[in-house]
Design a protein around this ligand. Structure first.
Ligand code: FMN
Length: 387
């Protein structure tokens, strides 16, 4: 069984993750995980915090000489900004008078978290609801990618649109359009877009929003290549891979919608235009003539790339703040508060989406081919896929 927990406040001393269930003998390269952490910190439209943090993971348990031991793996990411917050975020009581945050930002967890937990300082809810927590997921997802790589599974993401600038078709790229050159362009694009002309327009759109004190949302796509037929199941509602991907993607802060394969588009046409015709190749392989199912049929992977598209709302912290309320005085106020913030996080959210895909596929692959060591799992995997 694969499971993990994350802990840590945005401006606390560190983020901590405990991961259990990865097989003994799995090679783990710290640099691969650090590289994913750097990708999450990038993207045009990020704020000042990303200049302070230089995320890098430290292993505190479960790994020896570059290989997993099979025991729980503890990961640690230091928050470099902690030095500026030691007093405000100290775990012990402090003598200084700390002014509580009471003006709530519409669209963030300021209001809901404060009412739910009975906090009179909004800071107590925004520290954990902050997307800083997604660095933890990217680190865990990085470990999962190390695991999936052993089975030939790779995961990529790219940005399809920022506000109203993007691909004309909401279905974005077609299966045959994915190739190494495209992913290289994506990695070099400041907005992680596969089209150089669109990259320029997206940057202009972000700049225009920034000038107006506003923020931008958009859509990213995550694709997993190389997953075998047979991950996930229809046998219980909560084990369907489609549902598990939905939970994973929808849990990313600021995500408001997700579709698999043709998604909403499939609802606007008829069955003969949607379902992917099956074929059996001379080499003994099964394949489909199209991939409108996005790689999942009946909650189970069908051997095609797994394709999900995810809609991100414009982030809530606006340089020109919206009217709101003050929780302490219970007054309606003209402006909520502004604090250092990003303007557009769609490219970074895509990297978090890759991590969530890696986590879901790792859990499903361990269910299918579980074992205590990597050797045992690879044996189970090959026995199943070559049967
Ligand atoms: C990578 C990433 C970075 C984010 N950075 C910010 C930010 O700087 N300012 C902000 O207001 N929201 C930011 N958000 C969005 C908030 O975390 C999110 O809107 C908030 O937690 C409320 O959750 P909800 O939007 O899912 O309801 C970011 C989201 C992600 C995925």
């Amino acid at each position: 069984m694969f499971r993990f927990l994350t802990a840590g406040e945005s401006h606390g001393p560190a983020l901590t993750m405990i991961v259990e269930g990865l097989p003994a003998g799995l090679p783990i390269e710290k640099e691969h995980i650090d590289s994913d952490l750097r990708r999450r910190q990038g993207g045009y439209g990020r704020g000042g915090r990303m200049k302070i943090e230089k995320d890098a993971v430290q292993f505190l348990s479960g790994v020896r000489h570059g290989k997993a031991l099979g025991s729980p793996i503890t990961l640690h990411i230091e928050n470099k900004d902690w030095v500026n917050w030691e007093e405000r975020m100290n775990t012990a009581p402090v003598e200084a008078e700390i002014e509580p945050v009471t003006r709530v930002r519409p669209g963030h967890a300021d209001f809901t978290g404060s009412i739910k937990y009975g906090h009179d300082d909004v800071r107590n809810s925004i520290e954990r609801s902050s997307s800083r927590e997604t660095a933890s997921r990217v680190a865990v997802g990085g470990l999962c990618r190390e695991f999936l790589a052993q089975f030939g599974i790779t995961i990529r993401s790219h940005v399809l649109s920022i506000v109203d600038v993007g691909y004309e078709s909401t279905r974005g790229m077609r299966a045959e359009d994915y190739n190494d050159q495209m992913w290289q362009v994506v990695e070099e694009s400041p907005v992680r877009c596969a089209d150089a002309a669109l990259t320029e327009k997206m940057i202009e759109r972000i700049l225009a929003a920034k000038r107006e004190g506003d923020t931008c949302g958009g859509v990213f796509e995550v694709v997993a290549f190389g997953a075998p037929i047979g991950l996930g199941t229809f046998s219980q509602w909560d084990r369907r891979l489609s549902g598990r991907l939905g939970q994973a993607m929808m849990s990313i802060p600021s995500v408001k919608a997700m579709e698999i394969g043709a998604g909403f588009g499939a609802s606007r046409t008829t069955g003969s235009h949607v379902h992917d015709v099956l074929r059996h190749g001379e080499d003994g392989s099964w394949y489909h003539l199209s991939n409108n199912a996005g790689g999942i049929e009946g909650g189970i992977t069908n051997g095609e790339p797994i394709v999900v598209r995810v809609a991100v709302k414009p982030i809530p912290t606006l340089a020109h703040p919206l009217p709101s309320i003050d929780l302490a005085t219970k007054e309606n106020i003209d402006e909520s508060r502004y604090e250092r913030s990003d303007v557009c996080v769609v490219p970074a959210a895509g990297v978090v989406g890759e991590a969530m895909m890696a986590i879901v596929l790792t859990e499903a692959l361990i269910e299918k081919c579980g074992g205590d060591s990597l050797t045992e799992m690879l044996r189970n995997y090959h026995a199943f896929t070559q049967a």
